[in-house]
Design a protein. Sequence first.
Length: 170
Amino acid sequence: MTAIIPSLIALAVVVVAFQQFLLAKERLKLDLFERRLAIYKAVQTYLEGVRTTQDSSDELSNSFREATQTAQFLYDSDVTDFIDELYRLGFRLNLANREVGCLNDSQLMKAKGIKTEALREFMAHHLKFDFRFLPYLKFRKWSGAFWIDFHKQHKKKKDYDTLRAELKSK
């Protein structure tokens, strides 16, 4: 009887430690989500600012660049390339807007064409915006009980292995 009590205490310690591990893992996911969401919101603000003002002012561009400078550590190259392309488009749009104000008639049409093209590209990027970011902003559903999650994952793997074996036998 006295040997059982230390074993039960050790088991309880292991269960608590494992639960702490799972909580830390979920906290890491939440922290990553919050950092990614901040960059998502910065891009969204930038796109909306350009759409409404039809300009990428220095202030708007600088705040965008500052807010997204950590993206390379949180996202893959598809998103960071997208952010870099937005910055380059904004720079082109800003230059075109500056040129429109100080050009003669023949050069004015060319500058307006550049501005129109940059705005079109911005709108095309605006449509792709959510599709670029959403895969990084999803949570895997977690039931709160490790054994339920483990059972579901194990069942999926078992079903996959069974399917694979059936396909090989045919």
